[in-house]
Each structure stands twice: as C-alpha cells, then as structure tokens.
Design a protein around this ligand. Structure first.
Ligand code: DHE
Length: 494
C-alpha cells in the first residue's frame, strides 16, 4: 500500500486548475457505475462534498489510487495518472452545478418493506435473552454483530449500509433496532427473527435518527438536503419532510442531530447554521408545527437533564456553553466550560445528594463534572488525554472514559463516581486505539472497543477491571445494550 506521503506528492503534481469537463468525463468512465451518475451513491457511497468531509485531499487521492480495504473499491493507480486522480478529487469535492434534490418521490423510490413484515416470528429464533442483546457496529467492514449479552457470544453478524454513524435506536419493547448511515439509509432490523424488515433512504447526507417515546415515529436529521424527515417507525414509510430554515424562511440550515425528548413527547433538533433549537411534535406536518427557541448562536452539541427540562448546548466552534430551560424556551445560564466538552457523550449520576453531569473534553485532558442545579463546575478530573466517550451504569460505581483524541489513545481510565477521582488506568492493547464503552444489562461487565481493522470487543469485569473475554471484530465502534437503551439508563446515550 502506498503511503499518504505518496498521495501528498501526487497532490503537489496536480495541475492548478483541472478542466472540469475532463474530470466529469473521467468520473463517468471510472466512477459513475458504482457511485451513481449523479454522485448520490449506488453500490459505492455518495461522492458529494458533505459525504466526503471525512476524506480530505491526500486521503481521497490515496483511496482512488490504492483502493479501500474491506470494500469493493479497488485501486486505479494503474489506469489513471496522478493528474487525473487529482482532477477527480477536485471534481467530487465540488458541489454539483444544480443543488441535489431528495424529495418525497426520491424517498419513496428507495422504500422497501419485507414481504414477511406481517408474519414475523412471534418469539426469538435464537437462545439469547432478547433484552440482554448488545448491538455492535463494526465500522471497519460495515457489519453489525448481535451479541448475546449474558454469554458474550455472537448470535449473528450481517452486512450493514456503508458507514453507519450515531447510536442505533430501539423500539420501546426492544424488539426492533433502527440504524442510520452517513449516506442517509435508514434500516429497521428485527432482533427476534434476525432480518432487515424495512429500509429507506431519507437523505443524501444524514447525521442521526431518533425514535419517539411511543415508538410510532422515526425522525432523521440531514445535512443534505437541509431537511428533517419523519417516517412511520414500523415500516419506515415517509410521513413528512420539514424544510429546515430560520423563521423568515430565508437562511437554510443543516440539522446537526435530532433527539427524542421522552417526557415531553417530542423531538428536539440541533441546527448547525441557524441560531435556533427546534422542538418538534411527533405528529408535526411541517415547519409550521415546530416550536423555535432562539439562541445566541447555532448550538450543535447537546446534553439533556434526565427530566428533559433543561438542555445544555454548545457549538463545536466552541465559543460558549449555554443552559436552556425548555419549558420557558429561553437561555437561563452561560457556563464556563473550557476544553470543549463533548456534551453528546455526557452522562449524569447522583453525587453527594445532587445530580451532576460529566463530559469528556474534546480539546483538554480532563472530564468536567457540573452540578445540574447550580450549574457550577464541581470538579475537573485530569485524564490521560482528550476523550470522546464516557459511560456508566446504575449497577456500577465507576464510569469509563477514553483518551481517543490524544497520543494516549490506547488508554482507558476508570473514574469513581463517589470520589470523582481516576482509580485505574489501563492500556488494553498497547499502541492500539481503545474507545467507547457500554455496560452489560446488569452493570457487571464493561465492553471496550479496540478500534482497529484487526480489532476486538474486550469484555471486562466492571468491579475488578480484569479482562474476561476478547471477541475479535473489525474496527468495532459503538455498542448498544438493548435494555440499557430502552430503560434510558442514566449511564448511557439514548
Ligand atoms: Fe459521532 C454519536 C456527531 C465524528 C462515532 N456523533 C454521535 C452523535 C452525534 C455525533 C451528534 C449522537 C447521535 C446519536 O447517537 O443519535 N460525530 C459527530 C460529529 O459532529 C463528528 C465530530 C464529526 C462528523 O464527522 O460527524 C463525529 N463520530 C465521529 C467519529 O469520527 C466517530 C469516532 C467514528 C465514526 O463512526 O464516524 C464517531 N458518534 C460515533 C459513535 C456514536 C456517535 C460510535 C454513538 C455513541 C453512543 O454510544 O451513542
């Protein structure tokens, strides 16, 4: 495999301004068959600027030249010159001349419902306790493993859509799990009969999905187009497309994420480009039904208090963290939270009789702990490096965090929720990235991802911190315990 340095050299050799018509012709000859003539994707992922944000310059050149492991994308270095590859990268990272459209008709064309949907098995076809199952996303080769959460044995493994992102969401009874891919595919899977039961493409570049508390509606947050889409949860049939724009209807906005706000019977959405937080009734028929809460600047990372009365929000740009009272619909506090807290990974627990929230910091080697009544910082817990995820469980006095964004990314740290101190530092597999923890249904085990192509899911005894099992997996990212999610365990995301 040639190196990124080689790819960077190709970039330097590239003509200053490749001719657009040549690049379009090259695309038509070499790429369109898999990625679609419109660049919306097909057998391969969409090649539009929003979808390529995570594959910049030299990496894009490297992928075209040498292919992508564990996919059907082979290398083109023997057929295309360096200039041609650079011209193709410029082409696919430039927005199309006509803004892409993804409307109700396009969605309906991709909607699929299993012919078996009305005669699914009445009971699980496997031996595992269905509420103890753990869903593991293997991002390395785009697969999902369903794990028996008692024996830690895989029940099944299946291919997912390309690049799942965000937590999959469960039906209230835990039977069905719904996934979102970055290319906009929404897939509903039955954990009893172990099969996909419905699918639709709800956008061209999607952030995440949420399921209403009563399980009736799925909401999908899109960057491209600028929409929030509501689907019927059982069949994924499209219900409503909400165009996302400011109150005047002038400035359009990407939707950073959408969350269900169970006690409120609504969804809450974070907007990337407009200074509003949206509360959307689950029966919304359009933007006219949305409650708009004005904010000082766009907020795109959220933490909710367990009762969903307050929202803590920040912008990834990082200039401020604000507390919004959702009932009053206004900002009530500004917080000094240095180090860019990753609010989306925040969790809450009881400490000395009060509810505190804690978040890893994206730009600081620390976990911040905030009192959710006074909104004062009660502790800054130094860690091995800037981290991404933090997890706990009612059945354990410990929370686990990583140093995913630092040079110590092979390190996990365990914090005692009673003393707010790091009590153990482990390097599960030295030199290999460790990140994202989820507890088993009873809180007795903590599962850690070794985030490598030849990676693994490591199962630890959550009380002694001893490794009890290593299950090989292909770059496992997130893992999700059915019962922790449907009971909204305070130690995990929802
Ligand atoms: Fe995520 C969840 C946003 C990059 C892995 N990520 C989320 C959520 C949001 C978010 C809003 C919560 C949605 C939900 O679960 O419903 N993520 C972002 C970003 O803005 C960011 C920084 C840039 C981007 O490209 O989107 C980003 N995320 C990443 C990654 O690079 C990660 C590490 C690898 C990947 O798969 O892309 C990554 N994000 C995850 C995971 C979750 C997630 C595993 C679910 C966490 C959970 O336990 O619920």
């Amino acid at each position: 495999m040639r190196s990124l340095a080689f790819a960077a050299a190709l970039l330097l050799l590239a003509p200053a301004a490749p001719r657009a018509q040549d690049a379009a012709a090259l695309y038509g000859t070499h790429c369109a068959q898999c990625h679609g003539a419109d660049r919306f994707g097909g057998a391969g992922p969409a090649l539009l600027p929003e979808n390529l944000e995570r594959l910049r310059g030299p990496q894009a050149i490297e992928t075209i030249a040498n292919g992508r492991p564990a996919t059907q994308m082979g290398g083109y270095a023997d057929r295309l010159s360096g200039d041609e590859i650079a011209a193709l990268v410029a082409y696919i990272t430039t927005p199309p001349a006509t803004p892409p459209v993804w409307d109700m008709a396009a969605m309906r064309d991709t909607h699929w419902v299993s012919p078996d949907i009305d005669r699914l098995a009445a009971a699980p076809v496997h031996e595992a306790d269905p509420l103890h199952l753990v869903v593991v996303v293997e991002s390395g080769d785009h697969h999902v493993t369903i794990l028996d959460g008692d024996r830690f044995e895989p029940v099944t493994r299946f291919q997912s859509r390309f690049a799942l992102h965000g937590g999959p969401k469960f039906s209230p009874d835990g039977r069905f799990v719904t996934f979102a891919s970055r290319d906009g595919w929404i897939t509903r899977y039955d954990l009893y009969s172990l099969q996909v039961v419905a699918e639709i493409r709800a956008g061209l570049n999607t952030r995440n999905l949420a399921i209403a508390d009563d399980g009736s509606v799925v909401a999908v947050a899109n960057y491209l187009p600028r929409t929030l889409v509501l689907l019927d949860a059982a069949t994924l049939a499209p219900r409503t497309i909400i165009d996302v724009a400011d109150a005047a209807g002038e400035a359009r906005s990407r939707v950073s994420a959408v969350y269900q706000a169970a006690p409120r019977g609504s969804f809450i959405a974070a907007l990337k480009d407009v200074a509003e937080v949206w509360e959307i009734p689950i029966a919304a028929r359009g933007a006219q039904d949305v409650r708009r809460i004005r904010t000082g600047e766009p907020l795109d990372d959220f933490f909710f208090d367990p009762a969903y009365r307050t929202l803590v929000g920040s912008s990834r740009g990082g200039s401020q963290t604000v507390v919004i009272d959702l009932d009053q619909g206004q900002e009530i506090r500004r917080l000094a939270m240095p180090g860019l807290p990753h609010l989306g990974s925040g969790i809450a627990w009881n400490w000395q009789g009060r509810t505190v929230m804690a978040t890893p910091n994206l730009k600081d080697a620390a976990v911040s702990v905030i009192d959710t009544t006074t909104w004062e910082l009660v502790r800054r817990i130094p860690t091995a490096g800037a981290g991404f995820f933090l997890r706990g469980h009612e059945g354990s006095p410990y929370v686990w965090t990583d140093a995913f964004l630092s040079r110590n990314r092979d390190t996990m740290q365990i914090i005692d929720t009673r003393t707010l101190e790091v009590v153990r530092t482990i390097r599960p597999e030295p030199g290999r990235t460790a990140g994202h923890v989820e507890f088993s249904h009873d809180g007795r085990h903590a599962m850690v991802s070794i985030w490598e192509m030849d990676g693994a899911l490591l199962v630890y005894d959550a009380a002694t911190f001893q490794l009890v099992k290593r299950i090989p997996m292909v770059k496992p990212s997130g893992k999700y315990s059915v019962i922790n999610k449907i009971t909204r365990s305070s130690g995990t995301s929802h």
